[in-house]
Ligand binder design. Structure first.
Ligand code: PGA
Length: 228
């Protein structure tokens, strides 16, 4: 329809995503912008708590996150898994062990995300349930900074496996009991809010493209590993 096309050409798309989404959302925006060159996009990348604040302020069209807010009236659609895994430097002594007891985590220097992080909340919940107290050596407000600290030998951490999508070479995923912690990616918006044509178009695109991107990237990095 002509009206739809016009809407698409002039559209604005405001997205907000939790930190881990930065490993694939910007890459998916490239092909989307080529399909719809007239759309202007803003993407805020921040932690779970800040996303909730933005949602309360109705600041964005769509929110990409991995915990659906419990106390807000929202519509949501899961579109991809987002497992949390135990990440260590490639040369870690436990790298080749199988079925490591979760209690073993308490002996390793641990790097934790900041308060307000959804990752932190999920990790803490599991540790509390299991009665495990990890030795937090360092608290950092970014997944990327944590990866650098792991690579630098400061400790291990629990992060989304997607933080390794673009470079996994210096790291290993430890085979610890109870892991991966299963989570999903959701695209969320306030219930009853009418999505713009642009937002609806992106919504449909995202659900399709995210799966394909992650499969392609995971296969590529697996191939790299076996080639080594
Ligand atoms: P975050 O990510 O840790 O950056 O808040 C949110 C989540 O995975 O729940």
């Amino acid at each position: 329809k002509v009206a739809d096309l016009k809407g698409l050409k002039q559209g604005q798309l405001r997205l907000a995503a939790i930190t881990t989404a930065k490993y694939f959302i910007p890459r998916l925006l490239g092909p989307f912008c080529q399909l719809y060159p007239g759309i202007e996009i803003s993407l805020q990348v921040t932690n779970h708590e800040r996303i909730l604040e933005r949602m309360l302020g109705n600041l964005d069209d769509l929110y990409i996150m991995s915990q659906v807010p419990e106390h807000l009236d929202v519509s949501y659609q899961p579109f991809l898994d987002n497992p949390l895994v135990v990440i260590a430097p490639a040369y870690h002594p436990l790298a080749h062990e199988k079925n490591i007891p979760i209690e073993r985590l308490a002996q390793e220097p641990f790097i934790m995300r900041e308060p307000g992080s959804g990752t932190r909340r999920t990790v803490q919940k599991l540790l509390d349930e299991e009665g495990i107290k990890v030795k937090v050596k360092l608290e950092l407000g970014s997944n990327e900074a944590i990866k650098q600290a792991i690579a630098g030998g400061l400790g291990i951490s629990i992060l989304s496996r997607h933080t390794l999508l673009t470079d996994a070479s210096e790291f290993t995923i430890l085979d610890v009991q109870q892991f991966p912690i299963k989570r999903m990616w959701y695209v969320v918006h306030p219930a009853g809010k009418q999505l713009s044509i642009v937002a609806r178009t992106y919504y449909d695109y995202l659900i399709d493209a995210a799966q394909q991107f992650v499969e392609k990237t995971t296969n590529a990095s697996l191939k790299l590993k076996t080639a080594e």
